[in-house]
Design a protein around this ligand. Structure first.
Ligand code: ADP
Length: 443
């Protein structure tokens, strides 16, 4: 039998027995006996009530502590019903703690994922007040990590973006809404969260759009480069179909056709080289090379052209830089392209092209310098781009494809090296190619 029941039953038994026992003796004593019995019953009931109530009070304090997230103190009552309650509350407290830890971990994990995302993520409440924005979103929109963000409708200046915000706050989804913010191309995708606000995802499309523009320009450039010689070939070939044509003229037309065909061939060869290097299918088979020998071999076929222009080809190699770690064929192509350019721009009869080699910071620099017309300051940073020419007509007339320096840059960079150009108008140009030593220190 439970303690509370025992207490109550015990109290009633004492009271009944006392009343009955005293009632036998005298009728006059009954009221006094009843009062005494009731007093005893009250005292016993008070103790019994206290024994039950006390742990319940502690238990309700414990429940309050749990609700407030504090550390509860659980009572020890000895009353089985109360103990069962205490145990249930204790278990609930334990499970609540575990759940809180799980939630915390999930929240931290989820937050870390959102923070690490490349896409910008912004969450706002239904009024457009921003409640969360990850670092990528701040970076894309030009806000520092601690800067206060305005409300969503004022976050964007661009009309397209503002319309997108109003749309999502009105409960409609937004798909790939693209706009330009100070040169950064951003696409917004947004979703309303019913009753709670909206989530916006921002994608940085700048690099993608730039690459698309490069590809468009490339196709346009190649088409243009091919169109001119092809038109010329077609025109002269058409004229040659006339049987009456003067033999000397015929010879001249054939020569023009041949020269244009060679130009197309050079262009296609350069394009194939460039696409091979850029595709990543080619990597340099570097080896230790005698740099003096490499320059001699590469420039041997150019000596005739240099002599025709009255230009001098010179070489100077620092004693500690006579060996270079490079792919022999790539180094040959670099030397040929640079000398070819230099010879094209040096003044007739007094041109000088010099290749100097020296050790620079853990590698070897091969520089080709000329005393030619030079490159204007604003063109200089772009000469390593594909098809970039300072004077397109002159370059074409002299057999240039506009790809020579782009190929040089790719070849050198494939070795882990770097290129730079320095120039002064009417003084000359120097192109430097730095090749790092072999990782194992063989060079
Ligand atoms: P191209 O086939 O036209 O020479 P490159 O890529 O080799 O193409 O060179 C790009 C442009 O850089 C050239 O058209 C020319 O305007 C300029 N350039 C390159 N090398 C020299 C140089 N040594 N002197 C003057 N200009 C040069």
């Amino acid at each position: 039998m439970r303690l509370a029941t025992r207490l109550v039953l015990g109290t009633f038994t004492i009271v009944i027995l006392t009343i009955v026992g005293l009632a036998w003796r005298s009728d006059q004593t009954i009221p006094a006996v009843v009062i005494i019995a009731l007093a005893i019953a009250l005292v016993v009931a008070w103790f019994a009530g206290r024994a039950i109530a006390q742990p319940l009070v502690v238990l309700s304090d414990a429940a309050r502590d749990i609700a407030a997230g504090g550390t509860p103190r659980f009572p020890r009552s000895g009353i089985p019903e109360v103990d069962t309650l205490v145990e249930a509350l204790r278990r609930m407290h334990r499970e609540l703690g575990d759940r809180m830890v799980e939630l915390q971990q999930e929240r931290v994990g989820g937050g870390a994922v959102v923070d690490a995302m490349v896409e910008g993520v912004i969450a706002s409440d239904a009024r457009g007040i921003i409640v969360a924005a990850n670092p990528a979103a701040r970076r894309l929109l030009g806000y520092g990590p601690d800067a206060r963000l305005p409300e969503l409708p004022s976050l964007f200046r661009d009309k397209v973006a503002r319309d997108a915000v109003w749309q999502v706050l009105a409960g409609r989804e937004v798909h790939d809404c693209e706009f330009d913010r100070d040169g950064t191309v951003i696409a917004i995708n947004a979703r309303p969260v019913p009753g709670r606000g909206a989530v916006l995802v921002l994608h940085d499309l700048t690099e993608l759009r730039r690459l698309e523009a490069v590809r468009r320009d490339f196709v346009a450039n190649v088409s243009h480069e091919l169109k001119t010689p092809l038109t010329s070939i077609a025109g002269y070939a058409d004229t040659l179909t006339d049987a009456e044509i003067d033999p000397a003229l015929r010879q001249k037309f054939v020569a023009t056709i041949l020269s244009n065909a060679h130009r197309m061939q050079r262009l296609v060869d350069d394009l194939l080289d460039l696409s091979l290097i850029e595709s990543g299918r080619w990597s340099p088979a570097a080896q230790r090379i005698d740099v003096g020998l490499a320059i001699h071999d590469a420039w041997a076929p150019m000596r005739e052209k240099a002599a025709a222009r009255g230009a001098e080809l010179a070489v100077s190699i620092a004693p500690d830089a006579d060996r270079i770690w490079a792919d022999p064929e790539a180094l040959r192509q670099v030397l040929v392209n640079l000398a070819d350019n230099a010879l094209r721009y040096v003044p007739s009869g007094r041109g000088r092209v010099e290749c100097s080699v020296e050790r620079v910071g853990g590698g070897v620099t091969v520089s080709v310098a000329d005393n030619g017309s030079g490159i204007a300051r604003d063109h200089l940073p772009r000469v390593f781009e594909r098809f970039y020419r300072v004077d397109p007509a002159r370059s074409r007339d002299e057999g240039g494809t506009g790809l020579g320096l782009a190929i040089v840059r790719h070849l050198v960079e494939a070795h882990g090296g770097s290129v730079e150009a320095e120039s002064e108008l009417q003084v000359g140009t120097t192109v430097r190619c730095w090749f790092p030593d072999s990782p194992s220190g063989d060079s």
